[in-house]
Design a protein around this ligand. Structure first.
Ligand code: DX5
Ligand code: ZN
Length: 214
């Protein structure tokens, strides 16, 4: 299992300390949640903070943009050191063009679906994607409860990937802990994002390890 702890639940007053903890943990990637207060009802942080994270992080950065017009920020996201750029399907009128632009900028391309957006929306672009991120909560906040119908979406997405010959990974984001992590792992997930479960734990390194072993 690939594990990507979300810095949204980190202590922003001690961001360097928390990134350094992830550097020496068994986490594979660092998940970075950017929110604009328009697409989602919350604002997190933007490029200056991402730059600061980039200076300290030694693990690949998985950037999840919960913003409108993500196609306008591709070069800035790349310059912040992103390995993966996730854009929401719901805000991309020209999704194919945006996917190609992300890859041309030298990043891996991922498309994110809200809980209410069906997997079939990606049928025609799935072969071009490096990853699909299925939201298992409504985006905007950490610490929410996992939405159970995500399990059926993972199964449908796995079928779509197999029938199309796509190499896309399946990432799940929202309400992931040891229990829900085991459920999504059994359904076919490749990557787990976890915020509250990691940073709310008495021993964050152990929490990461418990997801790694699923
Ligand atoms: C929510 C973000 C998530 C969030 C997950 O909108 O996309 O990445 O940090 O937090 P938990 O794991 O606490 O649900
Ligand atoms: Zn996220």
């Amino acid at each position: 299992m690939i594990v990507a702890p979300s810095l949204l639940s980190a202590d922003f007053g001690n961001l360097q300390r928390d990134v350094e903890m992830l550097n020496v943990s068994s986490a594979d990637w660092i998940h970075i949640d950017v929110m604009d207060g328009v697409f989602v009802p919350n604002i997190s942080f933007g490029f200056p903070v991402m730059k600061a994270i980039q200076r300290v992080a030694t693990k690949p950065l998985d950037v999840h943009l919960m913003i409108q017009n993500p196609q306008n920020y591709i070069s800035q996201v790349r310059d912040c050191g992103a390995m993966m750029m996730n854009v929401h399907q719901e805000v991309c009128e020209h999704l194919d063009r945006t996917i190609q632009a992300i890859k041309n900028a030298g990043m891996k391309a991922a498309v994110t679906l809200n809980p209410s957006t069906p997997v079939v929306m990606l049928e025609d672009v799935i072969a071009d994607l490096d990853m699909v991120l299925l939201m298992s909560v409504n985006p905007g906040f950490g610490g929410q409860k996992f939405i159970p119908y995500t399990i059926d979406k993972i199964v449908r997405l796995r079928q779509l990937i197999e029938t199309s010959g796509s190499k896309a990974l399946i990432e799940i984001d929202g309400g992931i802990n040891a229990e829900t992590g085991a459920m999504v792992a059994a359904a076919g997930a490749d990557v787990l994002v976890a915020g509250n479960y990691v940073f709310g734990a008495a021993d964050p390194q152990q929490a990461i390890l418990s997801l790694k072993q699923l």
